[in-house]
Design a protein around this ligand. Structure first.
Ligand SMILES: *[C@@H]1O[C@H](CO)[C@@H](O)[C@H](O)[C@H]1NC(C)=O
Ligand SMILES: *[C@@H]1O[C@H](CO)[C@@H](O)[C@H](O)[C@H]1NC(C)=O
Ligand SMILES: *[C@@H]1O[C@H](CO)[C@@H](O)[C@H](O)[C@H]1NC(C)=O
Ligand SMILES: *[C@@H]1O[C@H](CO)[C@@H](O)[C@H](O)[C@H]1NC(C)=O
Ligand SMILES: *[C@@H]1O[C@H](CO)[C@@H](O)[C@H](O)[C@H]1NC(C)=O
Ligand SMILES: *[C@@H]1O[C@H](CO)[C@@H](O)[C@H](O)[C@H]1NC(C)=O
Ligand SMILES: *[C@@H]1O[C@H](CO)[C@@H](O)[C@H](O)[C@H]1NC(C)=O
Length: 807
């Protein structure tokens, strides 16, 4: 891509500004900043930025999202786009920018310090790029609104700035996978909103600051990463000091991931309560002393507990049977004594139990055979005696059972799945290991995975409304799921002797209607040609729409949203489900959607007839016939009357315009994008002061007072009727002779007053008639667009009037 000289930009911009199209100054400055941003990009293999030129409004450019009212850029998203280049300082001129999200690209160089001028910035997401240099200090003078700072997997270096404490609204702080040095500043305790902290894979040398315990909403902490790639170990963070009880006992803490972090001290002996939210605790390979506090069994949501390779003594926690959700526990290589509690038989979710290399005595409890999900039981290198309960042979999923080097007697059981004889040696069994056990069909792994990568990325939350546990629940559900998937895959892959995957992601399309089984994430993306330009059928402020042929003859329209995900996914999800339930013969059917980390899209049935805007301005075929026009008007009126009176919840559309009305092959009309205004409320913080709608269609009282009623839709519907009849655009260039801001409504009123009807209707329509009906529809359109609300008819009345025109 060539560099675009500045004067050329200004020149082209001036042309746009002074052309006949209405353009406001702020639009120009944002467009200019975006073009400068583009000029700092040296390589764009997918040509995603090719529509970033002045032939289209900048709000429709790829990855750009504007506020629907002010038309200022509020979000710039180029995730996973493989673009290469540097981040232009011009970005700082996008004064209303809330989201800058460009993960997984090839950006390099430093973050320009000017970024600190973006005072409204809520999310800065630059993960997995090649950025270097320090975190720009200036940034933190002005980070009051910043909620998400994600710098994972770059080459940032230097210290974590002390000033970070000023970002008091920060919820997500991902600094992992860089070359940060020094420690975590104690000022971190001032970030009262902090939920997620990941500093793993750096070169930090630190003591965990006690002040972290002041972050009362903290839900996930990852200090060190232990990627289990064979025995590969790759983290140069080094820790010292004790583990602060203040942090472990935070009531909102759900994940604490610090394996092999050299942490001393002990687990808090008291303070665990029924309010403990902990689900994942990994302190394996540290230097913890003392006992496992019995009251840790108050943490009833615990699913993953790794305390292996520490210096813990004493017995298994009392009431361990209360941990009903426990799926994975390793207490391997400590110095635990006493008996294996028969309460373990209550842990019916347990799949992985490792108590090996301790000093446990007594017998193996029969109740363990109650835990039918058990896949791995490692009890070797203890001092267990007695017989192996025969019931173990019924465990359907048990594939690894090791009791070697104990003091067991009796007989070796016949397990459902054969087990290597090595797993029984070092005991006093009466009979030798059966011949058919001598093989070791399940492989020879001698140690369990001592760590599992935990994805710490939150799904995301809105500042004001979301309750903290929602985010936590979602995070944890996915973590737990992830762990299960990893464990299951671990064993499956072991069996098949396939290479282990390094990343695992689940992408699932939520379906809302009867859909073919082919409606999966991968199939949809593939059917859109990876959202390729050839499948693009429309663009709008919220994103682009793509046509997709899922299976032969079955078409979909996929609307890919360019909306920052950090605006309340849960509400978005709930809202979409609500909208998905709203069904009417003249509403476009939402059949599914996908809300993911990097993208969101909505899946609709595909309508082959295009939109009404194209229909009106295409000068051929059916669009000149009264019956067709009448039918379209009735269809839309039906849809609106339904939304206003019958749907639950009742919906004011707020953005009725021809491009939101779609047609099928038989000219049946369907209203689309209903409910967007509600969705917008999820995204826009100040929606109450904004008007959702399109200039030229918005009712005057709505524009003036921001107070919306269903009569605002009636007004916009009237404008659509006028366009249908006249084949003129609401802001037709031919109106410019009447003055600035003159649109189709005063134009029609003028012609009606002067009874110049033949000029008002498109000549073809006026010629074919029937004129009586045409004039009836004109009267209706005129009534719909009057200013006083009390005179403007309701949508029910409009529908009745339209139906009467037929006779
Ligand atoms: C400008 O963008 C339009 C699409 O909006 C595209 O068709 C056209 O090729 C682009 N022009 C250049 C010079 O890239
Ligand atoms: C481990 O770290 C080195 C640099 O310290 C890096 O080159 C390598 O890619 C890392 N390996 C993994 C698997 O992350
Ligand atoms: C435990 O999990 C459940 C379900 O996810 C949740 O409702 C509950 O609040 C959690 N308990 C605590 C103390 O966090
Ligand atoms: C385990 O504890 C016993 C005493 O309870 C002690 O003799 C032994 O040295 C301990 N082993 C380790 C590895 O700490
Ligand atoms: C084993 O399961 C049975 C039936 O589910 C239950 O009655 C029994 O109490 C369980 N035993 C233990 C020790 O949990
Ligand atoms: C092994 O168990 C037997 C009883 O079954 C007991 O007499 C013996 O002392 C035990 N040996 C050790 C080393 O614990
Ligand atoms: C091993 O042989 C015994 C009988 O000798 C049989 O009951 C058992 O099912 C066999 N196990 C396997 C895994 O083949």
């Amino acid at each position: 891509m060539e560099l675009i000289p500045h004067f050329f930009l200004l020149f082209s911009l001036a042309r746009t500004v002074f052309s006949s199209q209405p353009t406001i100054a702020s639009l120009s400055s944002d467009a200019l900043s975006l073009l400068a941003f583009k000029s700092a990009i040296s390589y764009d293999p997918n040509k995603l930025l090719s529509n970033w030129n002045l032939s289209t409004p900048h709000c429709t450019w790829y990855g750009v999202l504007c506020s629907p009212t002010s038309k200022r850029v509020i979000s710039l998203q180029l995730s996973n786009a493989n673009v290469e280049g540097t981040l232009s300082p011009s970005i700082a001129n996008l004064a209303k920018l809330k989201t800058l999200s460009m993960p997984r690209n090839l950006f390099k160089g430093q973050i320009p310090s000017q970024i600190g001028q973006l005072q409204r910035l809520q999310a800065l997401e630059l993960q997995e790029n090649g950025f270097s240099g320090p975190i720009p200090y200036q940034k933190f003078g002005n980070c009051e609104f910043l909620e998400h700072l994600k710098l994972s997997s770059n080459s940032f270096r230097g210290r974590i700035p002390l000033d970070i404490g000023k970002c008091s609204n920060l919820r997500t702080l991902l600094l992992d996978g860089n070359a940060f040095e020094g420690g975590i500043p104690i000022e971190i305790g001032r970030i009262s909103e902090l939920r997620i902290l990941d500093v793993s894979r750096n070169s930090l040398i630190l003591r965990i600051p006690r002040e972290l315990g002041d972050c009362k909403k903290l839900s996930a902490v990852k200090l060190i990463s232990l990627e289990y790639l064979g025995s590969f170990w790759n983290d140069s963070n080094a820790f010292f000091g004790d583990i602060p009880a203040e942090v472990l006992l935070l009531p909102s803490l759900e994940i604490f991931w610090a394996p092999r972090a050299n942490l001393g001290g002990s687990l808090p002996s008291s303070g665990w309560s029924e309010f403990c939210s902990l689900r994942v605790l990994n302190l394996g390979g540290n230097d913890l002393k003392g006992t496992i506090p019995g009251s840790i069994s108050m943490c009833k949501n615990l699913t993953f507990l790794d305390l292996s390779s520490n210096g813990l003594v004493g017995s298994l926690p009392d009431n361990v049977g209360d941990l009903r959700d426990l799926e994975w526990i390793s207490l391997r290589e400590n110095n635990l004594t006493g008996e294996i509690s028969d309460q373990l038989g209550h842990l019916t979710s347990l799949t992985y139990l490792d108590l090996s290399h301790n000093s446990l005595t007594g017998s193996i409890p029969v109740s363990l055979a109650n835990d039918t999900n058990l896949q791995v039981v490692l009890l070797d290198h203890n001092m267990l005696s007695g017989e192996i309960p025969a019931l173990f042979s019924i465990l359907p999923n048990l594939i690894h059972f090791d009791v070697s080097f104990n003091n067991l007697s009796g007989h070796i059981p016949h397990l459902k799945h054969a087990n290597g004889c090595d797993n029984y040696i070092g005991n006093r069994f009466l009979s030798p290991c059966p011949d058919n056990y001598s093989a070791t069909p399940l492989g020879t792994y001698s140690s369990p995975p001592t760590g599992l990568p935990v994805p710490l990325v939150p799904q995301c939350c809105r500042h004001s409304k979301l309750k903290p546990f929602v985010i936590a629940t979602v995070t944890l559900v996915s973590v737990v799921f992830f762990i299960i998937v990893v464990i299951v895959l671990f064993f499956i892959l072991r069996r098949r002797k396939l290479p282990r995957p390094t990343t695992l992601r689940r992408k699932e399309v939520v379906t809302l209607a009867d859909t073919p089984v082919e409606l999966t994430y991968d199939n949809v993306v593939r059917a859109t040609g990876n959202f390729g330009i050839n499948n693009l059928i429309g663009t709008g402020g919220f994103g682009s729409t793509y046509k997709a042929e899922l299976v032969s003859g079955f078409h979909l329209a996929v609307k890919r949203l360019s909306i920052g995900r950090c605006h309340g996914i849960q509400q978005f999800d709930a809202e979409i489900r609500t909208l998905g339930r709203i069904r009417h013969g003249n509403l476009v059917t939402l059949i599914g959607y996908y809300v993911g980390e990097d993208e969101m899209f909505l899946i609709y049935n595909y309508l082959a007839g295009g939109n009404l805007d194209t229909f009106i301005h295409r000068r051929s075929g059916k669009n000149v016939e009264w019956p067709v026009i009448h039918k379209i008007a009735i269809d839309i009126a039906k849809a609106l009357a339904f939304l206003h009176y019958s749907s639950v919840p009742r919906i004011v559309h707020r953005d009725i315009k021809p491009s939101n009305i779609l047609l099928d092959d038989d000219f049946n009309a369907y209203l689309s994008d209903f409910g967007w205004a509600r969705l917008l409320e999820v995204f826009e913080t100040h929606v109450t002061t904004d008007v959702a709608g399109t200039y030229g269609y918005v009712a005057p009282e709505y524009a003036a007072t921001r107070r919306v009623s269903d009569k605002a839709d009636v007004y916009s519907f009237g404008v659509v009727l006028l366009e249908l009849m006249s084949r003129k655009k609401s802001l037709d260039p031919s109106f410019s002779e009447y003055g600035n801001g003159f649109n189709i409504v005063p134009w029609a009123q003028l012609l009606i007053q002067e009874e110049r009807f033949s000029e008002l209707f498109s000549p073809e329509l006026w010629d074919c008639g029937p004129r009586e009906n045409l004039l009836g529809m004109l009267r209706l359109a005129s009534a719909c667009t009057v200013e006083p609300l009390s005179v403007r008819p309701s949508m029910k009345q409009v529908l009745n009037k339209l139906k009467k025109l037929n006779s």
